[in-house]
Ligand binder design. Structure first.
Ligand SMILES: NC(=O)c1ccc[n+]([C@@H]2O[C@H](COP(=O)([O-])OP(=O)(O)OC[C@H]3O[C@@H](n4cnc5c(N)ncnc54)[C@H](OP(=O)(O)O)[C@@H]3O)[C@@H](O)[C@H]2O)c1
Length: 263
């Protein structure tokens, strides 16, 4: 699928990774519709990139329905909005659990169902879901985040098989630790010595590549984390041991505490 001149709906456009994706889409010549909750950032970004923007709280069903009606048919849908939902479900309010599931999983599933109908009619289109390495391997402090990111990956890979014969592509992107901007960078937590990161632009490049080449899944992380995550899916006990080793466990707890304060 060619990105140039395509109409794209991008959620989470106000965030660290979303802004990088928005910038790269416009350099490819796409007509981008930006959405997020923060109107100030949306307006600034839309004016900088000469794009349209619509503020929308995706946890609000009425607002989400209105957004999709207003947007109409799109060639590319990028479901990037997400929240960390850090901490144990034992410590979260029921409404917090619902909110994380809504924003990270329910809305991408429901929106892609609506959006893909017109793509199927036209026999063309592409849908990208931003999951996470936490969608492959569970860590002790991110159970709800992992639940939604595992779910998003499963949904994306299944939807891909359903839509392929209808001419519509589906990809899932799994970033690891992203530096400089976004929810991990904002938490300002030091990683265990030697842990390498990627930049928001690495995620946006992966998104472009996934769309243009119809790639099923891209892990955006250094090779050692990519291998570790894939091994962790086959040997969950191995992942458990690695995640609970001293520095990794301590970092996960610091990240949980920082993200509970930010979000
Ligand atoms: N950063 C990383 O290291 C990393 C790693 C793996 C995966 N990811 C995934 O990458 C995606 C983008 O993350 P990021 O790092 O860019 O995070 P971020 O900077 O915190 O941005 C999150 C985005 O989601 C939007 N959002 C959150 N709740 C929303 C709601 N109720 N309604 C509408 N929009 C909402 C935010 O909009 P407002 O701010 O305008 O409310 C913001 O644009 C997420 O799905 C995340 O899980 C990130």
């Amino acid at each position: 699928m060619k990105i140039r001149n395509s109409k794209v709906l991008l959620t989470g456009a106000t965030g660290g990774i979303g802004q990088a994706i928005a910038r790269e889409l416009t350099t490819y010549g796409a007509q981008v519709l930006l959405t997020g909750r923060n109107s100030k950032i949306l307006e600034r970004l839309a004016s900088e990139l000469n794009c349209e923007q619509i503020a929308c709280d995706l946890s609000n069903e009425v607002q989400t329905k209105a957004l999709l009606e207003k947007v109409g048919d799109v060639d590319i849908y990028i479901a990037n909005a997400g929240i960390p939902g850090a901490g144990s479900t034992l410590d979260l309010e029921s409404s917090e659990i619902d909110n994380v599931i809504d924003v990270n999983l329910r809305v991408p599933i429901k929106s892609s169902t609506i959006i893909s109908r017109s793509m199927i009619t036209r026999g063309a289109g592409h849908i990208v879901f931003i999951s996470s390495l936490s969608g492959l391997v569970a860590s002790p402090t991110t159970m709800l985040y992992s639940a939604t990111k595992f779910g998003l990956r499963g949904y994306a890979l299944s939807l891909r098989q359903e839509l392929a014969p209808k001419g519509v592509g589906v990809s899932v992107i799994l970033p690891g630790f992203i530096r400089d901007a976004g929810m991990f960078a904002e938490a300002k937590v030091d990683l265990p010595r030697g842990t390498r990161t990627k930049a928001p632009q690495d995620v946006s490049s992966a998104v472009m590549s996934a769309i243009e080449n119809n790639i099923a899944e891209i892990l955006v992380a250094p090779i050692e984390l990519r291998i570790g995550a894939k091994l962790g899916t086959v040997f969950p006990r191995l992942a458990e041991l690695a995640q609970n080793a001293g520095p990794a466990r301590a970092m996960a707890e610091r990240l949980r505490d920082a993200q509970r304060n930010v979000h």
